[in-house]
Each structure stands twice: as C-alpha cells, then as structure tokens.
Design a protein around this ligand. Structure first.
Ligand code: 3PG
Ligand code: MG
Length: 396
C-alpha cells in the first residue's frame, strides 16, 4: 500500500480537506440510517485532536450538475453536529469566495461542511479546474470516502494530485478489513448477489465466477436467470432482454466449476404489497398473473447447506423483496445462519451495499458478520480486482 495515513501528515494548524461519503438515506428530512456518518467520526476527531481544521467535501445523491435544494448537504448539519459533538459550519458552495472565506475563518475545534460537489457538472468529469478550486481551500487532502472511491471525480481523484494526500481512518479500515478477509480467501468461497437487475451487475457476475465456488443469485436478478432457463416467471420483475447474457453466464460457470445457485421454490403473490396473499410454488410453476417476491423454504435450506460448507462469504443484495413483510423471510433466514456461523468462528462473512446492510440490520444479523462495509459499488469493484481511482490517486 503506497498511501499515507493521517499519522504521516503534519496537521497542526492546517486546513484538512476531507472527502467523505455522507450519501445517507433521508426520508422527509430525517436521516434513516446514519451508518456512513458514524463511521467518519474517528477521522474528524483525530484531525481535530491533532490541531487540524476539517473541511468536509462530499456529494449527495445525483443532482446531475444542477443546484437542487432537496439535495443540499445543509440538511445534514444537525446530524453531523451530534455525531462529531462539535460545531459544524456550512458554506453554500464547494468552491469560490464564500467557501474560501469560510475556510480561512474556521476556528480550532470547528468543522466546515461544503455544499454538494455534484451541484457542479464538472465534478463527475474529474475536471482539473474544479479540483484546483477545491484545493485552494485546504493545505492537506484526506480521502475517507472508500464507498465513492470507484468514481474518478474532481473531489476523489484530480484533487489528490494537487495537495499532500492521505487516507482517512475509514478508508484505511475498509481496505484493511477487505484485504484481510478477502485478499486470499479461505475456500470454499460463496458469494450471494441479489437485487433487482442483472444489467447493473453483469460484469460483476462474469468476474465473480472466476473467483468463487458458489454463486447464490437472488432477488429480481434470479428471475432473469430462470427466464434464461426457459422458465416462465409470470408478472415477476425480470429483464427478459438480458436472458441470453444470463444464459452465457450459466455456461461460463459450468466451465470454471463455479456452482450457480438459483431458487428451487419461490414465494408468489399477485400484488407487490406487504402481506399480499401468497403461496410457495416450485420455481418453474409461477402462474401468468403471479409475481415472485421471495425465495421459498427449500431454496433457503439449500443456501444454508452451502453456507455450512463454506469458509468465506461475500454478500451484496437481498434474496427477495426484503422491504415488504413477509417477503424478507429468505433474506433474514439466510442472514441469521451466516451470522451464527460467523459467531462460532466457522465462517468469514463480509457484506456491503445500502440495501444489504439495511436488511442485515433489520434481521439483527449485521452485528455478527465479520465485517460490514459502508460501500456498495466500490466494494463490488474491489472484489472484482479492479483499481479504484480514489485509492490509486493516493499513491503518490
Ligand atoms: C453510493 O451511495 O453508492 C456512493 O455514495 C456513490 O454514489 P454514486 O453511486 O451516486 O456514485
Ligand atoms: Mg452507488
């Protein structure tokens, strides 16, 4: 690892521009999961303790280069203040005169939060001028946003080349935990990949086949694979246009010796609603007006059997429509089994991704997983062995 940490930097009296990922879920102005905020606290505290002045750079949602009030970071100030236990000032832009004056005026013990970097279209183009404008605000750059490190943006990539740069505590912890659990994983290795779409995880699935012994496919994505096998899935969520690609993945898996695990039985309802009337059917018996909302008990038993034989588990994406009771049953049962095996030392388990972590928290399984990453996309790209631009840029 060629990057520096906060311990290698002289922070006393310095303005430290910290790229954080506080892209947290907010419903009606209320933060519903503050995990990402809690996990940057050590970095902010350590900078303050060393006499540095933290200036937070972050994105929020995908405003596409427009100033959108509902995506203003200002709404997170109270949550940040209570997490840090200190005053958080706010500047209404991440570059320019107002931000520069606020950065100059920052007092020891205070934190400055800059407005959503993605209000500038240049941010996602990794624009050098925008990065230079940000760099004027600080003396040192610290990247603590592992979960945004798969993006080559001005605030994650270009800026790291303009100031003395280092990794924050969460960035360090994420990279170290992933490396120690998954760098040379004990086999058999099982991956659970769920969620709605094959199209967004296609490359991942293709790459994972080379790396894992069992690939459990769940959620809407599993329906696309059933379609690829010639099974009718009724009204279920499925990307029928992707069926040939899914078939190619199945064929490739056969040649590499990776066992793909698809649902054997499914929970079918007629409407996408909590507590919709439902029944369990064999996976190839979904009626035309039916919708597959979860994996059935036989499928769960098969998954649990695989977990028992595995030494390492990687999990991203729920097995069913976990946000609707009781269609969270398969996800919960499998997660609790993984948690129990991890607790007894039989399994190394790592999970990442917003929906996944929400599901594992809801079932109470998260606390027993070996490691929970704050990252979704970045975690998956790391697993595929891809270079993360935000990490690579710290190698100076
Ligand atoms: C995330 O929540 O996935 C990260 O904050 C990155 O956001 P993005 O997927 O919009 O780039
Ligand atoms: Mg994302």
């Amino acid at each position: 690892m060629g990057w520096k940490t906060l311990d290698d930097m002289d922070l006393n009296g310095k303005r430290v521009l910290v790229r954080v990922d506080i892209n947290v879920p907010v419903v009606d102005g209320v933060v519903t999961d503050a995990t990402r905020i809690q996990r940057i606290v050590p970095t902010v505290r350590d900078i303050l303790a060393a006499g540095g002045k933290p200036i937070l750079l972050a994105h929020f949602g995908r405003p596409g280069g427009e100033r959108r009030e509902n995506l203003s970071l200002k709404q997170l100030v109270p949550t940040l203040e209570s997490a840090f236990g200190t005053k958080v000032l706010f500047a209404a832009d991440c570059v320019g005169t107002e931000a520069e004056l606020a950065a100059q005026a920052l007092q020891p013990g205070q934190v400055l939060l800059l407005e959503n970097t993605r209000f500038h279209a240049a941010e996602t183009k990794n624009d050098a001028d925008l990065a230079a404008g940000m760099a004027r605000l600080g003396d040192v750059y610290c990247n603590d946003a592992f979960s945004a490190a798969h993006r080559a943006h001005s605030s994650t990539e270009a800026i790291a080349r303009l100031l003395p740069a280092c990794a924050g505590r969460l960035m360090q912890a994420e990279l170290q935990a992933l490396e120690s659990a998954l760098g040379a994983p004990e086999r058999p290795v099982t991956a659970v990949v769920g969620g709605a779409k094959v199209s967004t995880k296609l490359e991942l699935l293709g790459n994972l086949i080379d790396k894992v012994d069992y690939l459990v496919i769940g959620g809407g994505m599993a329906n696309t694979f059933l379609v690829a096998q010639g099974v009718s899935v009724g009204k279920s969520l499925a990307e029928t246009a992707m069926k040939d690609t899914a078939a190619e993945i199945l064929t490739k898996a056969e040649s590499t010796g990776c066992q793909i695990v698809l649902p054997r039985d499914v929970v079918v309802a007629e409407t996408f609603e909590a507590n919709a009337p439902h029944h369990v059917l064999p996976a190839d018996q979904c009626p035309d007006d039916g919708m597959i909302l979860d994996a059935g008990p036989e499928s769960v038993a098969a998954i649990i059997e695989i977990f028992e034989k595995s030494k390492t588990l990687i999990w991203n994406g729920p097995l069913g429509a976990f946000e609707l009771e009781p269609f969270d049953a398969a996800t919960n049962a499998a997660a609790l089994k993984a948690a129990a095996l991890s607790r007894s030392g039989q399994l190394i388990s790592v999970a990442g991704g917003g929906d996944t972590v929400a599901a594992l928290n809801a079932s109470g399984a998260a606390k027993d997983f070996t490691y929970i990453s704050t990252a979704g996309g970045a975690f998956l790209e790391w697993m595929e062995g891809k270079t993360l631009p935000g990490v690579a840029a710290l190698d100076q």
